[in-house]
Design a protein around this ligand. Structure first.
Ligand code: PMV
Length: 348
């Protein structure tokens, strides 16, 4: 018996990829496997309220609110998402949905809200489905939530669980799948416990090139095949790095992945650059700092100009001092966000 109405809320985090997903085929199948740290503080909270309609509508019926404000501008993205998942959730058109969402970070901070936002919405829909589907165990619930989230935004499938998640088939990772993210359950050295991610906000505002356009430019990209081979090999390397705790090697893989991602953008046709002068200034400063102090601070980038600084918890105090003294000057309005690896989404 399907419910006449109800409501569910989920808090779902953002994530930062170490091996990057860049390139996909329909329907949201990654060209290479990726792995990410789930974040703890950067998150979206979504409440989904559903009311059964008297007749099944021809179109999806929903309103989206961000921080209490109606946002018709978000509708097309949600519409695409609902269309993609309809065959897996055939009851959607029987309901009217109110989607209320808010982010822990400012909307215009340049931090992508698609991973946290789409995973939160997918989880709300799963909670709704769970009300009338018998025998749905937690394993199946999380797997399908990740599967659906992937159809909203690829990287969103890595936000359901934590602290480390892989997505995409990889020959050495058991049960890895192109269809959903899985929790990384192999041995991880204690140095990665509470690993820190301080996000330096270099450029705020809308991305000039959407990740969908970027992914598509990997079709017919002259270096695509080599890149996909490299991503697989970097994931293999990370497996042994997680086990050994070799931070020098970790830095090498992570920074190379970030620069390769941006190199793919610079060498696609049309080409584009998402880094800003201050992104490069920060990278140089990080390299200098590492040379001078022997620190294990490193950087990674997503599809934008902001810099994620990754470092062990043991270095927290010294690195934060360095950020305050030397890097804040390169941040928009001096803004940065302190985060660390977290354990995935939570029902509210
Ligand atoms: O999930 P999308 O389609 O926005 O793509 C995200 C791509 C990167 O953030 C650049 C890399 C990744 O694996 O998260």
């Amino acid at each position: 018996q399907k419910p006449a109405k109800g409501s569910h809320s989920w808090k779902s985090p953002s994530n930062i990829a170490l091996v990057k997903y860049w390139g996909k085929t329909t329907p949201q199948i990654p060209a290479n496997p990726s792995i990410s740290f789930t974040l703890n503080n950067c998150h979206t909270i979504t409440t989904l309220t559903y009311t059964k309609q008297t007749t099944v509508s021809a179109d999806f019926s929903f309103d989206v609110f961000l921080d209490g404000e109606l946002k018709p501008g978000f509708a097309p993205k949600i519409e695409v998402f609902l269309k993609r998942i309809e065959i897996y959730m055939p009851f959607l058109k029987e309901y009217h949905f109110k989607i209320e969402t808010s982010n822990s970070f400012p909307h215009s901070s340049g931090i992508a809200s698609s991973a946290s936002g789409m995973s939160a919405l997918a989880l709300c829909l799963m909670s709704m489905e769970r009300e009338f589907v018998a025998n749905m165990d937690d394993g199946l619930f999380l797997k399908k939530a990740s599967f659906l989230a992937r159809l909203g935004s690829g990287s969103a499938c890595r936000s359901i669980e934590g602290p480390i998640v892989t997505w995409g088939t990889h020959k050495e990772i058991k049960n890895s799948s192109d269809f959903y993210g899985i929790l990384y359950t192999e041995e991880v050295n204690d140095v990665f416990k509470n690993y820190q991610d301080t996000i330096l906000l270099v450029d705020v505002g809308e991305k000039r090139v959407s990740s969908t356009v970027g992914h598509n430019l990997m079709n017919n990209h002259p270096f695509a095949e080599e890149r996909f081979v490299q991503a697989n090999s970097n994931l293999s390397k990370l497996r042994s790095i997680f086990k050994s705790g070799n931070l020098e090697k970790f830095i090498e893989v992570v920074e190379s992945e970030a620069l390769t991602l941006h190199a793919m953008m610079m060498t696609s046709m049309p080409y584009f650059i998402l880094m800003k002068p201050n992104t490069l200034k920060i990278i140089e400063k990080v390299w200098e700092y590492r040379k001078e102090t022997g620190s294990h601070l490193c950087f990674t980038l997503d599809a934008g100009a902001n810099v994620h600084l990754l470092y062990p918890e043991a270095e927290k105090e010294t690195v934060l001092q360095f950020i305050k003294n030397e890097l804040v000057a390169y941040c928009k309005k001096g803004k940065y966000i302190c985060d660390q690896i977290g354990f995935g989404a939570r029902k509210l």
